[in-house]
Structure formats: C-alpha cells, structure tokens
Design a protein around this ligand. Structure first.
Ligand code: SDX
Length: 425
C-alpha cells in the first residue's frame, strides 16, 4: 500500500508505504537505478525484505500476533493444529475445517519406508539437527509429485507433508541416537501425542500420553510456530526465491536455525544453566556476559526485535511451573533460571541494552523435565517452526512482487590489478 508521503533523497522522491500496523517502509526499489547507490544494512536491522500478513511483532510493547491473534490467547486457548491452519489459511477454522485439516496431516505422518534406511548412514551420536538437515533435504528425492512450486495444489501437499512428517523424522532421530527401534505413527493420537509416543514409546508395551505433558508440548509448539522474518525464515524465503523445491528450502531453514544465536540457543541456554549449577555462581556468569573481552553471552537473553520482553518467554515460564508440578520435578535448574532472570533484569548492563529472556531461555528447562536430551531441543524448534516456514514460503511464491533475492555489497577489496607470474612475485 503506497501512501501519499515520500522520502526525498537528492533529486528523487521515494514513496513511503504503510502496513496495517507497525513501522512504515520507504520503497527504494529504484534507488540504485536513479542514484547509482546501494543502501547498507548488515544484518538487515532496518530493512523490510517483503510484505507479509502472517505475523506481526511489536518489540517495544512485547506484542506477537499471528494473523492478528495475540500469542498469549493462542497459547492458552488454541492448539498447534489450529494455529497451523490459521497460519496457512489466514482465518481460524470451523470445527469441520479443523477436523479435515487434522485428518489430512495425520494421514501424511508416515515416511517412505526407504528413508528409514537413510538413518543407518549416520553415526549413532550424530546431532539430531544434522540428521534433520539430511533427511528433510532427502524428502525431495521421494516426493516428486509435490515439487512443482507453480502448482498451488502441489505446494499445499508439500506443506502438509512437511508439517506432518517433521515429528516422525525428529522422533526417529532420537530413537536412532538411543539405539531403540523406530515406532510408526499412531493415527488415533493427536499430533503432539503421536510425537510423544514415537519418541518415548517402545514396541514392547503400550505408551500412555500424559495429557499435561501433551498440552504443555503442544503449547511450546504454538510458541515456536512463526516469528516474522527471522534468520531461518529469511533463509527459507531466499532459497525459495530461486525456485528451489520446498523440501530443499526447509532443509536450508533447519541448517540456519541450528546456529546458537538462533534456534540453537535453547540447547545452549540449558547447558549454560547446568554449568552455572547453583545460584551462588550466577554473578560470575553475569560478569562474563558483560565483559567485552569475553565472547560469552547469556544464552536465552536478548533479541533483535524484542526490546521489552518476549511474550513467549512469559507463557513459557508459566508452563515450566505446570510441568514441574505435574511431573513432581524439583530440578534445581529452574531455580537457577528464575534467579538468573531476576539478577539480570536488575543489572544496569542488561537494562541499558534492553536484554530480556527470550523464547529459548525457559524452553529447555521444560523439554528437559519432559525427558528430551538437550541435543533434541533445536530439533523440536524446527518441528514447530516448519509450519511458519511453509506458510511464509507459500506467501512468498504467491507474491506478485516476488523475484529472486540477490543483495549487493559495499566492495572494499583491491581495485583492478594485473596478474604477476610466480617468478616475479
Ligand atoms: C531466536 O529473530 C527472531 O525472531 C529469532 C527467534 C525466532 O523465534 O525465530 O526469536 C528465535 O533466535 C531467539 C534468540 C536466541 N538467541 C540467544 O538467546 C543467543 C544470545 N542472544 C544474542 O546472541 C543476541 O541477543 C541476539 C542474537 C539474539 C540478538 O542480537 P542483535 O540484535 O544482533 O544484538 P547485538 O548482538 O548487536 O547485541 C546488542 C548488544 C551488544 O553489546 P554492544 O556491542 O552494543 O556493546 O547487546 C549485547 C551485545 O554484546 N548482547 C548481549 C546478549 N545479547 C546481546 N550481552 C550479553 N548476553 C546476551 N545474550
């Protein structure tokens, strides 16, 4: 939507566009052709890469909306399947629409049988995210009937397949790491209950899904579903802009999410809390986080957008108490987390730099209490974020303004010079 007002640069006026809410943007698509100059924005701190109607974040107010619905309401009242439908289709489903969507996803949870042998190629101690990158990328070798990105029907089938198969792939990565047999999906269970059974069940006996754990994990999936143009979503969009198939694009997103500055922070945050061990050691770690000469950062703290608080962390902290009470867990790591949060939020350094707990600070505490090893935490983040990635990918493909992403640069290397043969160097 272009507004009447413009931004003047030299002899040229650039239109200022407004969305439905949030910062306006300056349309600089003609800047280079008219001025011969690029903009310069490493890390894209001031750059809108696209138009999107999926998720809105107000970092100062701690607001996160999915298609207009606040994350707190969705976490409390909705389900991951319903939020997945909402992100993909734009509106909350009727009961019939939700039942049909859930049935469709349920029917896609099985993997091609040959993919099970794919796991045999990995070491047993391979990181689950390495396996996720490999297996998800390999899906494009099995599902050729849903790789034509110009066919909306194939795009939706590929999207359903990815949402449905991620829990199976993640559970198989865990089973492979502990040397237990894979369990096939059980279509009589919920999306999240099925994942819990495939992960923690064994063929030798029935597995009973704990409804409190099922609800807590489903809520964690909701909190991780989508988050505007974060690094891994931008990776999926950039990969998709070349016309790459959806399975390859999601594999690229998984690779990006793995980084400790992004989705890998939940694993790093719990490892940090365990290393701190007891509340009396917290000041030592806070001092290290403030020391410019020490690369250590408080994992699970800070965010590019949230400069007040991450509304997902608020829901996550509440969920920790529910799970700990339900499972009668008294892991001291939660106490360390609460005291670290309190001390950091009262420290001038963190207040001045607006560093607050993010979604990754508490998620590991809950996942550990449920029984997941820390190496599985980011795989669960990828499982949940897949719906956001495929929704953003579909939105990008359908955007008439979409073209292949190809940023430019500020070149600071040598200007042209002639080759010197080795005898004269
Ligand atoms: C996710 O983008 C998303 O939406 C991501 C995500 C999603 O749902 O997709 O929300 C998920 O990735 C959450 C973030 C998880 N990562 C971590 O918890 C890792 C620790 N956090 C930091 O690495 C950092 O805060 C980032 C990466 C999250 C944000 O980095 P920015 O916006 O580039 O900020 P910055 O690195 O420029 O830091 C600003 C200042 C710096 O100090 P100065 O150079 O100005 O002196 O704050 C300091 C940093 O040193 N700082 C920290 C810190 N984070 C930033 N100091 C100590 N501990 C920290 N955690």
């Amino acid at each position: 939507m272009a507004d009447t007002n413009t931004l003047k640069f030299g002899d040229h006026d650039y239109p200022v566009m407004s969305g439905s809410v949030g910062p306006q943007v300056v349309d600089i698509r003609k800047l280079y052709s008219e001025t011969g100059m690029f903009t310069y924005d490493p890390g894209f701190t001031s750059t809108a890469s696209c138009e999107s109607a999926l998720t809105y974040i107000d970092g100062d107010e701690g607001v996160l909306l999915h298609r207009g619905y606040p994350i707190g309401q969705l976490a409390e009242q909705s389900s991951f399947m319903e939020v997945s439908y909402l992100l993909l289709n734009g509106e909350l489903p009727s009961k019939g629409e939700l039942d049909e969507f859930t049935h469709t996803i349920t029917r896609h949870t099985m993997l091609h049988e040959q993919l099970a042998t794919f796991y045999r190629g990995f070491r047993r101690d391979a990181h689950p995210m390495a396996i996720m990158c490999g297996v998800v990328g390999a899906l494009s070798a099995f599902y050729h009937d849903s790789t034509d990105i110009n066919d909306p029907r194939q795009r939706m089938i590929a999207s359903h397949r990815l949402i449905a198969k991620m829990p199976t792939i993640a559970a198989m990565a865990y089973k492979y790491s502990v040397g237990q047999p894979f369990l096939y999906p059980d279509n009589s269970l919920s999306y999240t209950g099925n994942f819990l059974r495939m992960t923690f069940g064994v063929p030798a006996e029935p597995y009973h899904v704990n409804p409190i754990v099922e609800r807590a994990l489903d809520r964690i999936f909701i909190l991780h579903a989508d988050h505007e143009q974060n690094a891994s979503t931008s990776t999926v969009r950039l990969a998709g802009s070349s016309g790459a198939n959806p399975f390859a694009c999601i594999a690229a997103g998984i690779a990006c999410l793995w980084g400790p500055a992004h989705g890998g922070a939940n694993e790093a945050a719990l490892n940090m809390l365990r290393e701190i061990g007891t509340p009396d050691r917290i000041p030592e770690f806070i001092a290290r986080a403030k020391d410019k000469n020490d690369p250590f950062r408080l994992m699970g703290f800070g965010h590019r957008v949230y400069k007040n608080y991450d509304p997902r962390a608020t829901v996550m902290q509440k969920t920790v108490r529910e799970v700990f009470d339900a499972l009668k867990v008294n892991d001291p790591v939660f106490e360390v987390a609460l005291q670290l949060e309190h001390m950091a939020l009262n420290d001038p350094y963190f207040i001045e730099k607006k560093l607050f707990p993010n979604v990754d600070f508490y998620s590991g505490v809950i996942l550990s209490a449920i029984g997941f090893p820390t190496t599985m935490f980011t795989a669960l983040f990828a499982l949940a974020r897949t719906v956001g990635w495929v929704a953003q990918w579909n939105e990008m493909i359908s955007d008439p303004a979409q073209k292949i992403g190809r940023p430019r640069q500020l070149y600071t290397g040598p200007t042209q010079r002639d080759y010197v043969e080795i005898g004269k160097r």
